[in-house]
Ligand binder design. Structure first.
Ligand SMILES: Cc1cc2nc3c(=O)[nH]c(=O)nc-3n(C[C@H](O)[C@H](O)[C@H](O)COP(=O)(O)OP(=O)(O)OC[C@H]3O[C@@H](n4cnc5c(N)ncnc54)[C@H](O)[C@@H]3O)c2cc1C
Length: 457
């Protein structure tokens, strides 16, 4: 147990040492509390941790900070100590064999799709009766209320059959591995409707007009995303708090705490409410070291095409120049668990050969150059699987957790698809809530507002 010698009052127990739990523990320690921090894994970090490959701290999949993250006090603090890099965004959308700059412009999309598919999609957007009204309703419909019509209907109604069939359906099938009609409309709201399509195009036009638009750049810590975790660990160590790793906290442990202060729980909700019917999907990461100074300029390739197993591929050094070894470059290939299930190995034998071939066909990896090393890591609990009707289960699970004396926060416990800065902001809210002496019941009543958080890619 790590206690701050001069800390006062009842001990605060924080579970989960991802960014949410670490930041909550730090805020509590700074408020003069005795803090105990439990982590199930061997190391802190959660999804913001690193896989050390070829001596480099590789992110667990493509991570970047939206410039708006700098409005959040934690990120301002880290930035003040070790300034983030500001990087131009050089993403690429891989459509078949064509590459379209991402975020895309309307003309580049049309060029890539070809005249026929482009015209069908354009007509789909504008011609269907009620389309304008559907766009107008886009923002209003994001409020989680009423009937869940499902992903398929929600998206088709708004973007038309052609756009749905070309992008949204294959993407949803690849990531989730269940028929899109069984997915909740929440997936569309969170993953796709960052804002309405019309607003997005307006924003893109502004970005191309030269304004310092947030879509055209991102910020990134020079030492990789896990350097934010290292920063938090260092500040916590100064406050006398260390995460106890290899220490899972579950339902049984909660029972033993009757009468104690609420547990700030940023772990996996399923550990507290095992019958909640709220599943996650994981992600296979395949790290490939190529004997090349660089394979391309894009930092991320987005690949909705169902012929390719991966949804995204990133080249590490294009996030931060320090993340490279001389004469070598690392690609991180993200293969959603989707319909594969767990226990596959994509980093050896035939699957690796097939994967390398796909990377060449997608125009990402060089032809005739074999990687010098390949390594796979499977990351569980990455994406909440929002099935139709999940919200009722979520509400019941939140009530159960609160009744047990736990205050769920963070991505896994709140069943959220959210960014790092959202996690930090929610952790600060959770700490303020317990410090004000408020109950877990009051917290879960208000927690529904976090469901509307929009993930930014
Ligand atoms: C591929 C990928 C790309 C991403 N890209 C971006 C991006 O570009 N920008 C961005 O801002 N964000 C991005 N994110 C999101 C960001 O990484 C997460 O939102 C954030 O790291 C979640 O932090 P967390 O602490 O809430 O949860 P987690 O990181 O999941 O941490 C939870 C911790 O709790 C532990 N735990 C679970 N159950 C228990 C238990 N019972 N007892 C003890 N410990 C437990 C886990 O081991 C884990 O360490 C991305 C995430 C992924 C996976």
């Amino acid at each position: 147990m790590s206690l701050r010698p001069d800390a006062a009052g009842p001990e605060r127990l924080v579970v989960g040492a991802g960014i949410s739990g670490l930041y909550a523990a730090l805020l509590l320690a700074r408020a003069g509390r005795r803090v105990r921090l439990l982590e199930r894994a061997a190391r802190p970090g959660g999804l913001a941790g690193a896989e050390v490959f070829r001596g480099l701290p590789c992110d667990l999949g493509s991570h970047r900070l939206h410039p708006a993250a700098l409005e959040q006090p934690l990120f301002r603090e880290v930035h003040a100590r070790a300034p983030f890099l500001t990087r131009p965004r050089r993403g690429v959308l891989v459509l078949g064999e064509r590459h379209v700059p991402y975020p895309p412009s309307a003309p580049s999309m049309l060029r890539a799709l070809g005249l026929r598919a482009g015209a069908a999609m354009g007509l789909g957007f504008v011609a269907q009766r009620g389309r304008r009204a559907a766009f107008a309703r886009w923002e209003r419909d994001r409020a989680i209320a009423g009937e869940d019509v499902g992903f398929e209907r929600f998206v088709r109604d708004r973007v038309g059959a052609a756009a749905y069939a070309s992008f949204y359906r294959p993407y949803a099938e690849k990531v989730w591995g269940i028929p899109p009609a069984e997915l909740s409309q929440t997936v569309a709201k969170k993953r796709i409707s960052t804002t309405s399509p019309l607003a997005l195009f307006k924003e893109l036009a502004r970005a191309r007009g030269g304004a310092a638009a947030d879509l055209a750049r991102f910020v990134y810590p020079p030492g990789g995303i896990s350097s934010i975790i290292a920063y938090l660990e260092a500040r916590l160590a100064e406050a006398g708090v260390r995460a106890e790793c290899g220490a899972a906290f579950d339902l049984a442990a909660l029972g033993a705490r009757a009468g104690a202060a609420p547990v700030l729980f940023a772990g996996d909700l399923a550990d507290l409410v095992p019958d909640a019917r709220l599943e996650h999907r994981g992600l296979y990461l395949v790290y490939l070291a190529y004997p090349r100074a660089r394979v391309g300029t894009p930092e991320t390739y987005y690949c909705p095409d169902p012929r390719f197993w991966f949804g995204r591929v990133s080249e590490l050094q294009n996030y931060a120049p320090d993340l490279r070894r001389p004469g070598e470059t690392v690609l991180c290939v993200e293969i959603p668990e989707g319909a594969w299930g767990r226990g596959r190995d994509f980093a050896a034998g035939r699957p690796l050969e097939a994967l390398l071939d796909q990377l060449v066909r997608a125009g990402i990896a060089p032809r005739g150059v074999a990687p010098v090393e390949a390594r796979q890591r499977f990351v569980p609990n990455v994406y909440p699987l929002y099935r139709r009707g999940w919200l009722q289960d979520w509400r019941a699970a939140m009530r159960r957790a609160a009744a047990l004396g736990a205050l769920p926060f963070g991505r896994q416990a709140l069943f959220l698809h959210c960014n790092l800065d959202h996690c930090a902001a929610i952790a600060a809210d959770a700490v303020a809530h317990v410090e004000a002496g408020q109950s877990p019941e009051a917290w879960v009543l208000n927690a529904e507002r976090y469901l509307d958080v929009q993930v930014r890619d």
